[in-house]
Design a binder for this molecule. Structure first.
Ligand SMILES: Cc1ncc(C[n+]2csc(CCOP(=O)(O)OP(=O)(O)O)c2C)c(N)n1
Length: 567
């Protein structure tokens, strides 16, 4: 049977699926197909003939990269994203970045085929040996912990409702991925009714804070001698609100494990990325959208210091263990919370102006020292240091470049003034994210100059052949900068932190961290059509960065710099 028994005059469920995704705002359909996809292929082919509204299909020959691309696209357009993969095996390949997206609260509809249910007798019944071995007792079981919802389509007529429900749950705050299983039989079944356009369901706005809790925190701010704000990730609309509160009350802000621009680098209260003595001397710490404000094993606020947590989920309820001290929790969108806090604190500041002025003077001095130290740390040396490379990137690429950093960029040395110009690997740290996220961002925001900074390890995790192929195929000119130290420095650091004096330390902690001999990453990229250079000397770096930028921005070519930076 080549076509459903009813023929082509009736739509099949796969057409309703694609149409519903498009109606609910998914612009792209990132996918890596298999034998579960024929109804999808048929639906796209029919849509082409009839001009039906469907997302743009983007074939990505590795699932992990497809999920990373969806993340990058979401960061640019804020809309729900769709990825579809092949049964359980494709799902398994997607789980690493799915964990990243889950912790980063990305509304992804991850769909997967399911091996045909029937062994014979139905349109779509099993017709390959793999259809037996690929069946799982609980395909969603492998990712249920990291999705908010999972569902298997059983009735073709329910397709539109299943997509609507998936999107509704994914977009509800805190956002996150959902999983929809699509067996071949219902997906290829004809529908009794024509496909009706779907109306996106209303989304709830971010919550407002409890006024009583805001008043309490405003009292604490007005009374504090050494307050500190720690932030990790903020929506762009909350950045000015944080800037205002920090400036008005002279509260230093530290971005611990930064995942986006929480405050412009030049802000007078931007005190970098390590809490240090600002934390250990504090009498009030405001933890703003931060899962890990400090590392308790290494440092902590002093006894008696008040700690307040603010966020849409200030308790990080899906983290199995998390025990930071807390005297107050405010569950709210960051923008609403900060705006309310600024308004509440203002009338309380009259009594505190002298204290604030003295603190501001102290902090201004501290900032002077900090900036002088940063300039020293990023000065050119005999070899390219990651600090020097980070500064050169910031200077060469301009303030509008959007950087996706998978670890190596030193944010202290690469100033970012505008919200939305730096994104970093999420808190779960699953490698193989940055290149894909940058490609997805370029797809969704073709007018932007998109850059990814990767360790050589992270570059290999990205499936470079797939990444360069996608960049070429879909004409996504982005710049990849590889911080090539021929090692997993993070693994070596971890070893040294525990066994510096052990046998592993005798080898400088290099066991299982050595990536020598480093492949010629520039040649690999060139073979796939990229503009590429290897850079060894500090003096050559600014011009090499400028040439690569021109290749991307003017030449509209993908580019890669293989920068040799021992660390
Ligand atoms: C999927 C996955 N596997 C392993 C790790 C553990 N890991 C964390 S950092 C790292 C090394 C990264 O190397 P590279 O990108 O070269 O950066 P460097 O550490 O040298 O700065 C590894 C293997 C991980 N985070 N994710």
């Amino acid at each position: 049977m080549a076509v459903p028994p009813t023929g082509r005059e009736r739509p099949i469920a796969a057409e309703a699926f694609l149409r519903a995704l498009a109606d609910h705002g998914a612009d792209y359909f990132f996918c890596n197909p298999g034998t579960d996809f024929p109804p999808i292929v048929e639906a796209f082919a029919r849509a082409k003939k009839t001009n039906a509204k469907v997302p743009r299909p983007i074939l990505v020959p590795h699932e992990n990269l497809a999920v990373a691309m969806a993340h990058g696209a979401y960061l640019m357009n804020g809309r729900p994203q769709a990825v579809m993969v092949h049964t359980g095996v494709g799902t398994a390949n997607a789980v690493n970045n799915l964990i990243n997206l889950s912790r980063d609260r990305v509304p992804l509809i991850l769909a997967a085929g399911r091996t045909p249910i029937t062994e014979k007798g139905s349109f779509g019944s099993r017709n390959r040996p793999i259809h037996w071995a690929q069946e799982m007792f609980d395909q969603a079981g492998m990712l249920r912990e990291v999705v908010k919802w999972d569902y298997e389509l059983r009735q073709p007529a329910q397709t539109g409702d299943a997509v609507a429900r998936a999107v509704e749950v994914a977009m509800a705050h805190p956002r996150g991925p959902v999983y929809l299983l699509l067996p071949r039989e219902p997906l290829s079944a004809p529908l009794a009714e024509p496909i009706a356009p779907a109306k996106p369901r209303p989304q709830a706005a971010a919550t407002h804070p409890d006024p009583k809790a805001v008043a309490t925190l405003a009292d604490w701010i007005a009374a504090a001698e050494r307050p500190l704000i720690i932030a990790a990730t903020l929506d762009a609309d909350a950045v000015p609100a944080l800037g205002h509160l920090a400036e008005r009350c002279a509260i230093p802000v530290v971005t611990h494990s930064p995942r986006n621009v929480c405050l412009p680098s030049s802000h007078a209260m931007h005190f970098g990325f390590e809490p240090g003595t600002l934390l250990t001397d504090a009498d009030l710490v405001i933890v703003l959208e931060t899962d890990v404000p400090w590392i308790p094993h290494l440092q902590h606020p002093p006894a008696g210091c008040r700690v307040a947590h603010i966020g849409e989920d200030p308790f990080f309820v899906r983290y199995p263990m998390r025990s930071f001290p807390s005297n107050l929790a405010i569950q709210a969108g960051a923008n609403h919370a900060l705006t309310a806090l600024s308004a509440a604190v203002e009338p309380r500041l009259q009594m505190a102006e002298a204290r604030i002025a003295a603190r501001r003077a102290r902090l201004t001095e501290r900032m002077r020292t900090r900036r002088a130290q940063l300039a020293k740390d990023s000065a050119a040396g005999e070899r390219i240091s990651p600090e020097y490379l980070s500064r050169a990137i910031g200077e060469a690429l301009g303030e509008d470049a959007v950087i996706f950093n998978e670890y190596p960029l030193r944010p202290d040395h690469c100033p970012r003034e505008k919200p939305g110009t730096l994104f970093a690997l999420g808190p779960a740290g699953g490698l193989g994210w940055g290149f894909g996220a940058a490609l997805g961002a370029k797809l969704a925001a073709p007018e932007k100059f998109i850059v990814t900074t990767l360790g050589d390890g992270a570059y290999m995790f990205a499936n470079p052949t797939v990444s360069h192929w996608v960049a070429g195929k879909y004409e996504l000119p982005i710049l990849a900068i590889v911080f090539n130290n021929s090692r997993y420095a993070a693994v070596r650091r971890a070893t040294m932190s525990m066994f510096k004096d052990g046998a592993a330390g005798e080898n400088d902690g290099r066991g299982l961290a050595d990536l020598d001999p480093a492949p010629a990453y520039d040649e690999i990229a060139r073979a796939q059509g990229a503009y590429a250079e290897r850079v060894d000397k500090p003096a050559d770096l600014p011009d090499a960065l400028a040439r690569a930028r021109d290749a991307v921005v003017d030449g509209r070519r993908q580019a890669l710099l293989n920068v040799i930076t021992p660390y």
